[in-house]
Design a protein around this ligand. Structure first.
Ligand SMILES: NC(=O)c1ccc[n+]([C@@H]2O[C@H](COP(=O)([O-])OP(=O)(O)OC[C@H]3O[C@@H](n4cnc5c(N)ncnc54)[C@H](O)[C@@H]3O)[C@@H](O)[C@H]2O)c1
Length: 429
């Protein structure tokens, strides 16, 4: 088998853990890692320290993208850099007729997603959006149950997503906290959730309305020890007065700094040259929302009501898919505070099916091995080996799926900011 050649744009923590390590270790029989590119040379060292197998892979700074393509001749590029930089790499890759595998969100606004679709239409290359949540066993089971007609015609979806204080605060310490970098959390994070719903119900979104607020983070956050900008957790004199951090930090700040570990999302791989992933979550520059609710109306008549909150005591979601013949219910609880919950949900998850008139059927779903309930190893197989021919339905997401999820997230942000119902019918495919 001839090996497919891959270059990676953006040597992020995600790139190293999700793609570079597995590419060199689990998929070396079919994949060759030929080049890495970033704006920060320190990222090459971090990568090579973590994946020593990559020690001879050539390094390129962002300005040398064309040089990298010329010298390393990839067949495909991975785009795993900061969100707002995705669009330029995707379009440039497509202009060279390369396949592009892009981390979510494909872009940080709808207009840029449309640029991607336009470039793809003119290219021999294809775009894969790595919506890995789809591969989680319980999410696949929900897709299969809806496809099997278990609830009849889907009419209404309820989805409430909770991101706990540890995971949630990580977005406000980092670049993600700026709309211009991440598109906001309704795109950066909720595009996963919108994609799941779009996929479960075969939905093309048409109208969106939302409300939102910045309640927990930013200068007015209730647990802000004092109103100062520019603090950094690694040397903050008020760290032990910060209720979010004091929960994980110790008073011995030297140990704290040596460990380079403020929370589970800032581990060893989080090293950068001119940027700190430990910026204060109460800074006034934050311009995204941490709490929002949205209503979405789909072309096929399905109605979605959705909420997201980024500072809850535990993490997970509650989901109901209602149809003309019944209802599917599920939930997931994980994360920092999940230990506060009863133990009944540990291990396997389940879906409850309620037929419209009476009864209940409990469908247990076994967790797989690996990230996202065993979903991450499966999406990697589809990316590197090709889609599983035995699977009966589409699962590997395309650019149009990226567009649809982002269009909802962008409309959510715009509806919160400017009010009103956002109409997507003019441009959504
Ligand atoms: N699917 C998932 O579950 C999942 C999980 C985590 C992250 N992600 C996505 O992966 C990507 C990386 O996220 P992360 O948290 O690992 O990021 P990170 O903060 O660890 O790294 C971001 C990287 O982008 C680089 N970068 C910034 N501007 C650049 C440019 N112009 N050109 C090239 N590189 C540039 C930075 O130097 C850094 O190495 C993001 O798009 C994020 O949304 C997806």
């Amino acid at each position: 088998m001839e090996k497919k050649r891959y270059a990676v744009c953006g040597v992020s923590s995600r790139a190293i853990g999700m793609y570079i390590g597995p590419m060199m270790r689990n998929f070396a029989h079919c994949a060759e890692f030929v080049g890495m590119l970033d704006i920060d040379p320190l990222r090459f060292k971090v990568c090579k320290d973590q994946v020593p197998e990559a020690k001879d892979v050539p390094e390129y700074l962002a300005a040398d993208f064309e040089k990298m393509l010329k010298e390393t001749r990839p067949d495909a590029i991975f785009v795993v850099s900061m969100d707002c930089t995705h669009v330029d790499y995707i379009v440039a890759g497509l202009e060279h007729d390369l396949d592009v595998i892009c981390e979510k969100p494909m872009t940080t606004n709808t207009a840029d997603s449309l640029r991607v679709l336009e470039a793809e239409a003119k290219s021999k290359g294809k775009v894969i959006c790595t919506f890995n949540y789809r591969y989680n066993p319980i999410h696949r089971k929900l897709r299969e149950l809806v496809l099997a007609g278990k609830v009849g015609r889907v009419t209404h979806v309820d989805l409430n997503w909770y991101i706990d204080i540890k995971h949630g605060s990580s977005y406000f310490h980092r670049w993600n906290r700026m709309r211009e970098n991440s598109g906001s959390l309704s795109i950066h994070k909720s595009s996963h959730h919108f994609d799941l719903v779009n996929w479960w119900i075969d939905g093309i979104p048409e109208q969106v309305h939302a409300f939102g607020a910045l309640n927990h983070y930013g200068p007015d956050g209730e647990f802000n020890p004092s109103r100062k900008d520019g603090r950094d957790c690694t040397n903050c004199p008020e760290l032990m007065k910060c209720k979010y951090e004091a929960r994980w930090a110790t008073r011995n700040s030297s140990i704290f700094v040596a460990d380079d570990h403020i929370n589970a999302f800032d581990g060893k791989e989080r090293k950068f040259t001119n940027y700190s992933p430990h910026m204060c979550m109460f800074d006034s520059q934050i311009n995204i929302y941490d709490t929002f609710i949205a209503n979405v109306k789909y072309r096929n008549g399905v109605l979605l009501n959705y909420s997201a909150n980024f500072s809850t005591p535990y993490e997970g979601y509650r989901l109901a898919i209602n149809g003309t013949r019944g209802r599917l219910e599920s939930f997931e609880f994980v994360g920092a505070g999940a230990s506060q919950l009863p133990k009944f949900h540990e291990g396997n998850q389940y879906i409850d099916y309620f037929p419209i008139f009476e009864g209940r059927e409990r469908i247990d779903v076994a967790a797989g091995v690996g990230g996202h309930g065993g979903g991450d190893p499966l999406i990697l197989e589809d990316i590197f080996i090709g889609e599983d021919p035995n699977r009966q339905y589409d699962i590997l997401a395309k650019s149009v799926d990226g567009l649809r999820a982002i269009a909802i997230g962008d409309a959510v942000y715009n509806s919160i900011k400017n009010g009103g119902i956002q109409d997507l019918t003019g441009f959504i495919k």
